[in-house]
Design a protein around this ligand. Sequence first.
Ligand code: K2U
Ligand code: ZN
Length: 174
Amino acid sequence: MTTREIVILPDAVLRQKCLPITEVNDEIRQLADDMLETMYAAPGIGLAASQIGVLKRIFVVDVAERGEGEEDKKEPRVFINPEITWSSEETAPYQEGCLSIPEIYEEVQRPVAIKVSYLNRDGEACELEADGLLATCIQHELDHLDGVLFIDYLSRLKRDRIMKKFQKAAKMRA
Ligand code: K2U
Ligand code: ZN
Protein backbone atom coordinates (compact mmCIF):
# COMPACT_ATOMS: atom_id res chain seq x y z
CA MET A 1 0.00 0.00 0.00
CA THR A 2 1.06 3.58 -0.63
CA THR A 3 0.19 6.90 0.95
CA ARG A 4 -0.76 9.60 -1.51
CA GLU A 5 -0.35 13.40 -1.24
CA ILE A 6 -3.49 15.14 0.01
CA VAL A 7 -4.58 18.08 -2.17
CA ILE A 8 -4.93 21.36 -0.28
CA LEU A 9 -7.33 24.27 -0.93
CA PRO A 10 -7.43 26.25 -3.27
CA ASP A 11 -6.40 23.44 -5.69
CA ALA A 12 -9.07 23.39 -8.42
CA VAL A 13 -9.28 19.58 -8.41
CA LEU A 14 -11.27 19.85 -5.16
CA ARG A 15 -14.01 21.62 -7.15
CA GLN A 16 -14.19 18.99 -9.91
CA LYS A 17 -17.08 16.50 -10.08
CA CYS A 18 -15.88 12.90 -9.83
CA LEU A 19 -16.90 10.31 -12.45
CA PRO A 20 -18.67 6.98 -11.80
CA ILE A 21 -16.52 3.85 -11.59
CA THR A 22 -17.53 1.47 -14.39
CA GLU A 23 -15.73 -1.67 -13.16
CA VAL A 24 -14.68 -2.54 -9.60
CA ASN A 25 -11.37 -4.29 -10.33
CA ASP A 26 -7.98 -4.75 -8.67
CA GLU A 27 -6.91 -1.25 -9.73
CA ILE A 28 -9.88 0.23 -7.83
CA ARG A 29 -9.19 -2.03 -4.83
CA GLN A 30 -5.57 -0.82 -4.80
CA LEU A 31 -6.82 2.79 -4.95
CA ALA A 32 -9.13 2.11 -1.99
CA ASP A 33 -6.26 0.59 -0.01
CA ASP A 34 -4.00 3.56 -0.78
CA MET A 35 -6.80 5.94 0.27
CA LEU A 36 -7.26 4.08 3.56
CA GLU A 37 -3.53 4.16 4.25
CA THR A 38 -3.45 7.88 3.44
CA MET A 39 -6.46 8.52 5.69
CA TYR A 40 -4.99 6.63 8.67
CA ALA A 41 -1.65 8.42 8.24
CA ALA A 42 -3.25 11.90 8.13
CA PRO A 43 -4.94 10.98 10.53
CA GLY A 44 -8.54 11.24 9.52
CA ILE A 45 -11.83 9.38 9.59
CA GLY A 46 -12.70 9.86 5.93
CA LEU A 47 -11.07 10.57 2.57
CA ALA A 48 -12.52 11.12 -0.92
CA ALA A 49 -10.65 10.30 -4.14
CA SER A 50 -10.63 13.93 -5.30
CA GLN A 51 -8.59 14.77 -2.19
CA ILE A 52 -5.71 12.81 -3.70
CA GLY A 53 -6.37 14.21 -7.19
CA VAL A 54 -8.29 11.18 -8.52
CA LEU A 55 -11.66 12.10 -10.06
CA LYS A 56 -13.46 8.81 -9.40
CA ARG A 57 -16.59 8.32 -7.30
CA ILE A 58 -15.02 6.50 -4.35
CA PHE A 59 -14.41 7.44 -0.72
CA VAL A 60 -13.26 5.61 2.39
CA VAL A 61 -14.39 6.01 5.99
CA ASP A 62 -13.42 4.61 9.39
CA VAL A 63 -15.31 6.01 12.38
CA ALA A 64 -14.44 3.14 14.75
CA GLU A 65 -14.48 4.25 18.38
CA ARG A 66 -11.06 3.38 19.75
CA GLY A 67 -11.03 3.10 23.53
CA GLU A 68 -8.06 2.55 25.86
CA GLY A 69 -5.81 -0.09 24.34
CA GLU A 70 -7.86 -0.18 21.14
CA GLU A 71 -5.60 2.17 19.19
CA ASP A 72 -5.23 -0.41 16.41
CA LYS A 73 -8.99 -1.10 16.09
CA LYS A 74 -10.04 -0.53 12.46
CA GLU A 75 -13.45 -0.61 10.77
CA PRO A 76 -12.59 0.47 7.21
CA ARG A 77 -15.49 1.08 4.82
CA VAL A 78 -15.20 1.61 1.04
CA PHE A 79 -17.99 3.41 -0.83
CA ILE A 80 -18.04 3.21 -4.64
CA ASN A 81 -20.61 5.18 -6.70
CA PRO A 82 -22.44 6.16 -3.48
CA GLU A 83 -25.90 7.73 -3.58
CA ILE A 84 -27.92 9.04 -0.64
CA THR A 85 -31.42 7.56 -1.10
CA TRP A 86 -33.02 9.09 2.04
CA SER A 87 -32.15 11.84 4.55
CA SER A 88 -33.90 12.64 7.85
CA GLU A 89 -35.76 15.91 8.25
CA GLU A 90 -33.99 16.30 11.58
CA THR A 91 -30.60 17.98 11.37
CA ALA A 92 -27.81 18.45 13.90
CA PRO A 93 -24.65 20.59 14.07
CA TYR A 94 -21.15 19.12 13.98
CA GLN A 95 -17.77 20.89 14.23
CA GLU A 96 -16.38 19.80 10.88
CA GLY A 97 -12.84 19.86 9.60
CA CYS A 98 -11.28 18.72 6.35
CA LEU A 99 -7.91 17.20 5.51
CA SER A 100 -7.82 19.48 2.45
CA ILE A 101 -8.53 22.59 4.53
CA PRO A 102 -6.20 22.08 7.49
CA GLU A 103 -6.74 23.76 10.86
CA ILE A 104 -10.15 25.15 9.98
CA TYR A 105 -13.09 23.88 12.07
CA GLU A 106 -16.60 25.26 11.71
CA GLU A 107 -20.11 24.13 12.64
CA VAL A 108 -22.12 22.55 9.84
CA GLN A 109 -25.75 21.39 10.08
CA ARG A 110 -26.54 18.10 8.36
CA PRO A 111 -29.34 15.46 8.47
CA VAL A 112 -28.78 13.20 11.50
CA ALA A 113 -29.65 10.01 9.61
CA ILE A 114 -29.30 8.85 6.00
CA LYS A 115 -29.66 5.80 3.77
CA VAL A 116 -26.88 5.31 1.23
CA SER A 117 -26.63 2.84 -1.64
CA TYR A 118 -23.17 2.01 -2.99
CA LEU A 119 -20.90 -0.72 -4.33
CA ASN A 120 -18.42 -2.27 -1.88
CA ARG A 121 -14.81 -3.17 -2.68
CA ASP A 122 -16.02 -6.46 -4.21
CA GLY A 123 -18.43 -4.63 -6.51
CA GLU A 124 -21.48 -5.85 -4.58
CA ALA A 125 -24.51 -3.55 -4.31
CA CYS A 126 -25.08 -2.48 -0.69
CA GLU A 127 -27.47 -0.27 1.26
CA LEU A 128 -26.52 1.25 4.61
CA GLU A 129 -28.56 3.15 7.20
CA ALA A 130 -26.27 5.51 9.09
CA ASP A 131 -26.60 8.07 11.85
CA GLY A 132 -24.30 10.07 14.13
CA LEU A 133 -20.68 10.61 13.11
CA LEU A 134 -20.89 7.96 10.36
CA ALA A 135 -23.77 9.84 8.69
CA THR A 136 -21.92 13.17 9.00
CA CYS A 137 -18.75 11.67 7.55
CA ILE A 138 -20.52 10.01 4.62
CA GLN A 139 -22.27 13.29 3.73
CA HIS A 140 -18.98 15.20 4.00
CA GLU A 141 -17.20 12.69 1.73
CA LEU A 142 -20.03 12.46 -0.80
CA ASP A 143 -19.95 16.25 -1.06
CA HIS A 144 -16.26 15.96 -2.02
CA LEU A 145 -17.22 13.72 -4.96
CA ASP A 146 -19.43 16.56 -6.24
CA GLY A 147 -16.82 19.29 -5.71
CA VAL A 148 -18.63 20.60 -2.61
CA LEU A 149 -16.58 21.54 0.50
CA PHE A 150 -17.85 22.05 4.06
CA ILE A 151 -16.89 25.75 3.82
CA ASP A 152 -19.69 26.09 1.24
CA TYR A 153 -22.17 25.81 4.13
CA LEU A 154 -20.64 28.80 5.95
CA SER A 155 -21.45 32.49 5.56
CA ARG A 156 -19.97 34.23 2.50
CA LEU A 157 -17.84 36.32 4.88
CA LYS A 158 -16.35 33.28 6.65
CA ARG A 159 -15.82 31.40 3.38
CA ASP A 160 -14.11 34.36 1.70
CA ARG A 161 -11.79 34.80 4.71
CA ILE A 162 -10.81 31.11 4.55
CA MET A 163 -10.28 31.24 0.77
CA LYS A 164 -8.07 34.34 1.08
CA LYS A 165 -5.98 32.62 3.78
CA PHE A 166 -5.37 29.54 1.61
CA GLN A 167 -4.84 31.55 -1.60
CA LYS A 168 -2.16 33.58 0.21
CA ALA A 169 -0.51 30.42 1.58
CA ALA A 170 -0.53 28.86 -1.91
CA LYS A 171 1.23 31.93 -3.33
CA MET A 172 3.92 31.58 -0.64
CA ARG A 173 4.46 27.92 -1.62
CA ALA A 174 4.74 28.76 -5.32
O1 K2U B 1 -12.82 14.48 4.11
C1 K2U B 1 -11.97 14.79 4.93
O2 K2U B 1 -11.28 15.80 4.81
C2 K2U B 1 -11.80 13.96 6.20
C3 K2U B 1 -12.69 14.58 7.24
C4 K2U B 1 -13.87 13.71 7.46
C5 K2U B 1 -14.88 14.36 8.36
C6 K2U B 1 -15.11 15.73 8.34
C7 K2U B 1 -16.07 16.27 9.16
C8 K2U B 1 -16.80 15.47 10.00
C9 K2U B 1 -16.55 14.13 10.02
C10 K2U B 1 -15.60 13.57 9.18
C11 K2U B 1 -11.94 14.91 8.52
O3 K2U B 1 -10.98 15.89 8.33
S1 K2U B 1 -11.12 13.62 9.25
C12 K2U B 1 -10.59 14.50 10.71
C13 K2U B 1 -11.66 14.38 11.76
C14 K2U B 1 -11.42 13.48 12.76
C15 K2U B 1 -12.39 13.28 13.72
C16 K2U B 1 -13.60 13.97 13.69
C17 K2U B 1 -13.83 14.87 12.68
C18 K2U B 1 -12.84 15.11 11.70
ZN1 ZN C 1 -12.96 16.94 3.63
